[in-house]
Design a protein around this ligand. Structure first.
Ligand code: MCN
Ligand code: MOS
Length: 796
């Protein structure tokens, strides 16, 4: 990978300009902030905002030294170990399960099945989230819904004993015909009518169009595969339960645990300070968590349930396989007159997960006529879930591949075609964009990869045996928002704590919240300690939908502003304060101290104030709730999806944008495809930390590379089994697959979208990668591959 310096410089300059700081100030980045940059010592010291500085991850040292304690590393006394047994048939019923041998096996405490069940209620809550995760509750009936479904939980004194006993169950199935996958002729589509979009008369305009592209694009079943497998510990004390669960959303996990167990939500605590990746798969607590909670209640001791790596492919779902028909009609000048789009995605046999495949299709280009329909196809699979850029990712694959096909038919440059169809407003609702630096993204990406120097004709560039291809594609991700709250605690010791129940799943939440607070309190970043991931902390929505950085950035900024006021009031009003003789109006807060407006040179430090007034701590809250928000609304923001605001719930249509560029090399003899370079330009608004944003974008780009060339859940047509449910056979990009990468920030602060002017970073990096690579493969070879992954046999 290239060093981050270029990106940092560009981003900082952009930010500097946008935030009103001069270019000279950029060179003078405070040494406090540039922990590892020795050169910063040599330049004049001008203090720049902490927010926007390329700081390293605050919790990084804890993680690399093994001190960060992940969920199942929690040492609890008297732990029992639960191992789930999964069905080996895809559909039908369980005729019987003989648990005799398992129960007699050494160390076994109990074996739970549908006959001897652990009662779990059906959660209603996730269903309201449009398929965020499954509502399925295991062991509650004898129905077999998919191959790999949990059908028993064996609990023993050790993991090994439970695993041994799990292999001794004798299960007899009464099979029923199974619908294996999207291509199964028995699969029946169900239209999700409310998700469609329509304006004008798209079919007629398409029929009359001078130029047309009509094609079918598919994506494979994909898995989220975070390095930390899904695993938890549940522990009861009286009528209260604590669950250590790697979670993107402790508030959501708490809701579902309380529903499963039919208990007051206040008695549930979820703890998740560190998460080894989730990519959408840890937004919801999955059924094994319910089993752990219920077993722990029954046994009166802590129960740990860890899915094995193969079980993470069947114990929860990833991105569903999708099929999309896209038709674009245009004039000879390239102006689009119609887009007709229909999509299908697989879902569980009795639950609906919708992949909103028209999300990008309906907003990218100005077209007078548009029609889209979204369908699901119930099959015998684990309920699919959200994987980074759900909806937008497959949507961009189809649309942006089709745009490339159109450009080829028209003999037009793909960027020129896109600019010819520039949408000045959101075409799906005529709302103005909040900001849309997409033209800048095209320009920056094209320049960086050398787009205009290439020969546009397919199969025209080569080096030895290798065909060279350039491809580009664009994309969007909506700016979702949910109001949140935060607390700042000043300690007499000097420590300043920032508290939120939001999580850091590897993204940088710990770091950016400290940066945001440091600016408002005007103190060094390293005096601030952020605590996250615990339902006892202030309420936060999910780290999902690329919203959390902006949600919490806004909340902690508000808390910090409140804190400045509160400190001034305390200094003026407490009779024990050294500044008690002053009036509130005579005091200001600056640089970590309370000062007399007329003599600001000398100040009363926060710690001295606290000591003087006899307080060990001072707690100040802040939030971004609307002024009239009721307690019920505040609870809903943390516990449900009810307060989540979509991209157009304001006066503007707010999205992050990307333009992805790649160079590929295709070996003509072997058909092997290697991505040689990836250059992406992103509009994510104001960037809070360019180093962390870059690593987010890079992560998304690598994930897109895997999706395009490697990842594919293979299903045995005889029994619906996921054949390659492991890291050896489910191929992911390793370092050797990852080329030189560059991520360029072209965003400007977008206060119409969010309080601090940032937009989403976490997911936009994966949108548009697949079509950019597919388009580059076409440019290299003249072959258009419309089914992901693009593997070498498809080029033959
Ligand atoms: N950031 C920034 N400037 C902004 C916005 C964000 O510098 N304007 C940086 C910050 O470091 C912030 C990070 O980007 O911590 C991600 O912020 P955001 O886009 O708000 O995303 P969330 O905090 O909501 O995180 C969730 C998002 C999603 S939805 C998926 S999927 C995904 C992703 O983050 N899963 C991840 N990135 C991941 N990265 C890791 N390591 N692991 C995952 O599971
Ligand atoms: Mo991201 S798929 O919204 O966790």
């Amino acid at each position: 990978m290239t060093p981050t310096n270029d990106l940092d410089r560009r981003t900082i300059m952009k930010l500097g300009a946008g935030a009103g700081a001069g270019a000279a100030a950029v060179a003078g980045m405070n040494v406090d902030l540039l922990v590892s940059d020795a050169s910063a010592n040599t330049v004049p010291q001008v203090k720049l905002p902490a927010l926007g500085a390329p700081l390293s991850r605050a919790e990084g040292p804890l993680k690399v030294s093994g001190q960060a304690r992940y969920a199942i590393e929690q040492p609890l006394k008297n732990m029992a170990y639960g191992v789930t047994v999964q069905s080996t048939r895809p559909a039908g019923r369980i005729a019987s399960i003989d648990t005799t041998a398992a129960k007699a096996s050494p160390g076994v405490i109990d074996v739970y099945t549908a006959q001897n069940t652990l009662k779990l209620n059906k959660p209603t809550f996730y269903g309201a989230g449009g398929g965020a995760t499954e509502v399925f509750t295991p062991l509650q009936d004898d129905v077999v819904r998919f191959n790999g479904m949990h059908i028993a939980l064996v609990v023993a004194e050790s993991f090994e004993q439970a695993t041994e006993a799990a292999g001794l169950l004798k299960v007899v199935y009464a099979d029923a015909p199974a619908i294996i996958d999207l291509d199964d002729p028995k699969a029946m589509p169900q239209a999700m009518d409310p998700m469609g979009a329509k304006w004008g008369d798209a079919p007629t305009a398409l029929a009359n169009a001078a130029v047309k592209v009509e094609a079918t694009y598919t994506t494979a079943r994909e898995y989220n595969v975070p390095l930390e497998p899904h695993a938890c510990i549940a522990s009861w004390e009286g009528d209260r339960i604590t669950v250590w669960e790697p979670s993107q959303w402790v508030g959501g996990a708490r809701s579902v645990v309380s529903e499963w167990l039919d208990m007051p939500i206040e008695n549930v605590r979820i703890i998740s300070p560190y998460v080894g990746g989730g990519f959408g798969s840890k937004i919801g607590a999955h059924p094994h968590v319910g089993l752990a909670c219920a077993a722990s209640r029954k046994l009166g001791r802590p129960v740990k349930v860890s899915l094995t790596r193969p079980q993470t492919f069947t114990g929860l779902g990833g991105r569903p396989a999708t099929r999309q028909n896209v038709a674009i009609g245009a004039g000879k000048d390239g102006k689009i007159v119609s887009i007709v789009h229909e999509s299908w995605n697989e879902t569980a046999i009795d639950e609906v997960h919708v992949e909103a495949c028209n999300n990008v299709t309906k907003i990218m280009y100005a077209t007078p006529n548009f029609a889209s329909r979204v369908n699901v196809m119930p099959v015998h699979t684990v309920m699919p879930g959200w994987k980074r850029g759900p909806g937008e990712n497959p949507s961009a694959w189809a649309l942006e591949s089709a745009m490339d096909e159109l450009a080829h038919i028209l003999d037009m440059d793909p960027i020129t075609l896109r600019l010819a169809n520039w949408a000045d407003v959101d075409p799906s609702n005529q709302m103005p964009w909040s900001t849309r630096q997409l033209r800048e993204a095209y320009a920056a990406g094209a320049e960086a990869i050398g787009w205009w120097q290439r020969d546009r004709r397919p199969r025209s560039m080569r080096e030895g045996r290798e065909l060279i291809g350039y491809g580009m594609a664009a994309g969007a991700y909506p700016m979702i928002r949910t109001a949140s709250e935060a607390k700042i605690v000043f300690h007499a010791s000097g420590l300043i704590e920032v508290l939120s129940s939001g999580t850091d799943i590897g993204t940088g939440t710990y770091t950016i919240l400290a940066q945001a607070v440091a600016d408002v309190l005007d103190v060094p970043v390293d005096t601030i300690k952020v605590r996250l991931g615990d339902t006892v902390l202030p309420r936060s929505a999910l780290a999902g939908g690329s919203q959390q950085a902006n949600n919490l950035g806004g909340a902690v900024t508000c808390a910090a502003r409140n804190a400045r006021d509160a400190l001034v009031i305390l200094a003026a009003n407490d009779p024990r304060s050294p500044l008690a003789s002053a009036k509130v109006g005579d005091l200001i807060y600056a640089k970590g101290a309370i000062r007399l407006t007329r003599r600001p040179g000398k100040g009363l430090e926060i710690t001295d104030l606290l000591k003087a007034v006899g307080k060990a701590t001072l707690e100040i809250e802040g939030n971004t709730f609307a002024s009239g928000a009721t307690e019920e609304m505040k609870k809903a923001a943390d516990r449900s999806f009810a307060q989540l605001k979509g991209a157009t719930e304001g006066s503007v249509s707010a999205h992050a944008w990307c333009a992805q560029f790649v160079e590929v090399r295709v070996d003509e003899d072997f058909g092997t495809i290697r991505v040689k370079r990836m250059v992406s330009a992103f509009d994510s608004g104001r960037i809070f930390n360019p180093k962390l944003a870059e690593s987010q974008w890079f992560g998304g780009m690598v994930m897109g590379l895997g999706q395009t060339l490697l990842e594919e859940g293979l299903i045995d047509q005889r029994d619906g089994r996921t054949v390659n449910a492991n890291f050896a056979d489910y191929a992911l990009p390793v370092n050797a697959d990852v080329p030189e990468m560059q991520a360029i920030s072209v965003g400007i602060p977008d206060e119409k979208a969010t309080a601090l002017g940032g937009k989403g970073v976490g997911e936009i990096g994966v949108v548009g990668v697949a079509p950019a690579i597919g388009n580059a493969v076409f440019h290299a070879t003249g072959k258009r591959i419309r089914t992901l992954p693009i593997t070498l046999e498809k080029l033959a």
